[in-house]
Design a protein around this ligand. Structure first.
Ligand SMILES: [Zn+2]
Length: 349
């Protein structure tokens, strides 16, 4: 059983797992909110040391008619989870509308979380203000909260999680290394965030992407566009044939190069690589070209050495049915190869 399957099995059994934020390395404890009870909430508090919040995807926030995160209505962003820009967007605290006695106790807060997590609950099942803080989780950016919600989906539970940052008594956010030194935390499963992120992108790309048939000089491709966030440039995926049915299909990951790709600049090799990849893939019968745009606009003539977002590429390849691959020009992209493997893809050496 792989790490992802193990973490999903633990989550399905309502066990606590550790989730590490890819960006600021903050460690969170997570438990599926639809299965939380007094004992689990108590463990989250005791082991995490931070405030326990209820992570909900935006679809759940709409279903429950929760107000927009306070950062939008009050200017300042209310956050938990420590330093850096990667914080949770909290909204007004909630209580279950029925079955609670004041809302303060662990029993009451666990019940409120279960009610909010229930896919059949509506806004009338909650009251505001209450004693449980929901954090609205944008599932597109890479965060520990988004990974935990993906783990909940994957383990067959409702997409809602009880989250607690692992902090010391001074409020300093622990690293994974520090968390593992604690006997009780060290025994918990660590969720494989990279795999959860690429899985989340694959699921969303299947739902959100826009595609068309694209005849080219080399042959027919299916073009699919996907943007990880509203402000991000779309990544275009060109699929030839049926890569899912092909053993080790060819994949070319290309960083958009205006001068090279569009004008045939001889200052770099980009156009030749792109043309060569399309020809090789069509000759091979099936394969994928991922055409990624650099995150930041740049004045540089060629940006083909820019780092590539491995989880995004992996997710889009998975959405195209690719589980194993041969990377064209892979020697140049050692880091990408490593990232794709971390996301669960098999990359030929
Ligand atoms: Zn170039």
């Amino acid at each position: 059983m792989g790490t992802l399957e193990q973490a999903a099995a633990r989550f399905a059994d309502r066990e606590l797992v550790l989730v590490v934020d890819d960006r600021d390395q903050a460690v969170f404890l997570a438990c599926p909110a639809d299965g939380i009870d007094v004992q689990r909430l108590e463990r989250l508090h005791a082991l995490g040391g931070g405030m326990v919040v209820l992570g909900l995807p935006e679809s759940a926030a709409r279903r429950l008619a929760l107000p927009a995160p306070w950062r939008q209505t009050h200017g300042a962003r209310h956050t938990v989870g420590g330093h850096g820009p990667r914080k949770l967007a909290l909204t007004a605290p909630i209580d279950a509308a029925a079955g609670i006695d004041g809302g303060w106790s662990l029993r009451d807060r666990a019940l409120t979380m279960r009610v909010a997590a229930d896919p059949d609950s509506r806004s009338s099942d909650l009251t505001i203000p209450g004693h449980v803080y929901p954090a609205l989780v944008d599932e597109r950016p890479r965060s520990a909260a988004a990974a935990a919600i993906e783990l909940a989906r994957l383990s067959g539970r409702a997409p809602a999680v009880a989250l607690c940052a692992v902090v010391d008594r001074q409020g300093r956010v622990a690293s994974l290394r520090e968390a593992r030194l604690d006997d009780r935390l060290g025994r918990l499963q660590v969720a494989p965030v990279a795999e959860l992120q690429s899985g989340s992108i694959a699921r969303q790309a299947a739902e959100l992407s826009i595609g068309c048939t694209l005849p080219t000089r080399d042959g027919m491709f299916r073009a699919v566009g996907y943007a990880a966030a509203d402000a991000d440039p779309a990544t275009v995926v060109l699929i030839h044939g049926d890569p899912a049915a092909r053993t080790m299909p060819l994949v070319h990951v290309h960083v958009a190069c205006l001068f090279g790709d569009a004008f045939g600049s001889l200052l770099c090799d980009c156009r030749r690589q792109l043309d060569g990849a399309a020809t090789a893939i069509v000759r091979d019968g099936a394969g994928v070209i991922v055409y990624a745009k650099p995150r930041q606009p740049t004045a540089a003539a060629c940006v083909c050495d820019e780092p590539i977002d491995g989880a995004l590429v992996a997710g889009l390849l998975q959405a195209a049915g690719v589980r194993e691959l041969r990377l064209l020009d892979g020697g140049r992209q050692a880091q990408l190869q490593e990232d794709l493997r971390r996301c669960g893809l098999v990359v030929a050496r």
